[in-house]
Design a binder for this molecule. Structure first.
Ligand code: SF4
Ligand code: SF4
Length: 385
């Protein structure tokens, strides 16, 4: 058979699916993907196909998440869980360097950045967009984050096109999904279940993907496999649980910084930081120095932080954003407005995690719609803090 090329499509039967795992391991990849743990579908290291959430689905809503059994044996019959891939590229807690005292100075040793190549198995379209946004943050500026860069170089992306939308999903509004654009991942899968037949349409996204697939038993697709995959993605796009009108959203939000809606949402917001922890694009962090008891060694650690924490903006003993109102407004306007000024894209990919995992069900699509329905006059330059 001719070698696979980028853009080629083939079929992988369900009973041959373990061969894809073996091919990845044969190329030296450690596979990370979805699995059921603690009542949720999370991303973790997988040892084989049986670790996938076979026959499970998730039911999500504002502030709610439940796993339920499906009436089939789908491998990817759910949407997205509480973990984004960022925890593998940008760990929640990471040592950056260690300094050791010498006789008359000190020596700083950066943290080593080597590690095994990882195969991110089961990435959704919105998640690929989330990683692309973090790439811009950590790699696209004048200072490149060395740890992120090293980990990102070692990742192979195996995407799955979504066959169902969750009640909090709105990637179609954000232009990030549910279909994966050609070449948007190294390998793109679409799961097709049809009565007794269970198979996958496999698209080669990059030469690295072709290299892995060379060791997998693939067949040419049937005539209707492509149209069925397309129909599945279109049906998913049409059944998004949420929508967001993004027309002129930058100016809409920035001209309504004193809108009464901010007061209403601030009364509900607990400043718990959940929305920022689960968000695939949020990147705020804090650094702390940790000395040993004899003070001859000190380590610098970075850990995730949140714009909902008072300490994030503390200067000279005072927080800049003292009120919950100002912190929620900062989060929302950064995501949807000033992120465009800073990075040239939206900071939201429409995954819906911040709605599902907000303990009081605050929903950014509702907040934007409320401001759009009754905008106030353009704000003064003195916004409330
Ligand atoms: S803001 Fe909410 S919906 Fe948008 S990417 Fe972050 S978690 Fe997902
Ligand atoms: S919006 Fe919800 S998840 Fe975010 S800080 Fe407020 S209460 Fe927590």
């Amino acid at each position: 058979m001719e070698p696979l090329k980028v853009g080629d499509r083939r079929v992988l039967e369900r009973h041959e699916f373990p061969a894809l795992f073996r091919a990845l391991e044969g190329k030296g990849y450690r596979v990370v993907g979805p699995t059921v743990r603690d009542g949720a579908i999370v991303y973790d290291y997988l040892s084989g196909v049986d670790d996938l959430p076979i026959g499970w689905t998730d039911r999500q809503g504002g502030g709610t998440y439940r796993l339920e059994r499906r009436n089939d044996r789908a491998l990817f019959g759910y949407t997205v869980g509480p973990f984004a891939w960022k925890k593998f590229l940008y760990p929640p807690r990471e040592r950056l360097w260690t300094a050791n005292r010498t006789a008359d100075s000190f020596v700083v040793t950066p943290e080593p950045t080597q590690g095994p190549p990882l195969a991110f198995f089961g990435m959704r379209a919105c998640e690929l967009a989330g990683v692309a946004i973090q790439d811009r943050v950590f790699l696209g500026g004048p200072v490149v984050d060395p740890g992120y860069a090293a980990r990102r170089r070692r990742v192979l992306r195996i995407a799955v096109q979504c066959g169902q939308a969750g009640a909090t999903c709105f990637c179609a509004s954000m232009g990030t999904g549910p279909g994966v654009r050609a070449g948007g991942a190294d390998i793109i899968l679409t799961e097709l279940l049809n009565g007794h037949r269970h198979h996958f349409l496999v698209e080669v996204g990059t030469p690295e993907g072709a290299d892995v697939l060379a060791g997998v038993p693939l067949e040419p697709p049937a005539e209707d496999d492509n149209s069925r995959a397309q129909a599945l993605v279109s049906a998913t796009a049409a059944s998004m649980g949420r929508t967001m009108n993004t027309d002129g959203i930058h100016d809409l939000l920035m001209k309504n910084l004193d809108h009464p809606r901010w007061e209403i949402v601030a009364k509900r917001c607990l400043s718990c930081t959940n929305c920022t922890m689960v968000c695939p694009t949020c990147f705020c962090s804090n650094q702390e120095e940790v000395p040993n008891l004899s003070v001859d060694t000190v380590e610098r650690w970075r850990r995730w932080d949140s714009c909902f924490n008072l300490g994030l903006t503390e200067m000279h003993g005072q927080a800049v954003r003292k009120s919950g109102l100002s912190r929620y407004r900062q989060w929302l306007t950064h995501k949807l407005a000033t992120w465009h000024d800073q990075f040239g894209t939206s900071g939201c990919v429409g995954c819906g995690r911040c709605i599902t995992w907000c303990p009081v069900g605050i929903d950014l699509t509702e907040e934007v719609a409320a401001i759009r329905t009754a905008p106030t006059a353009p704000a003064t330059s003195e916004a409330k803090t």
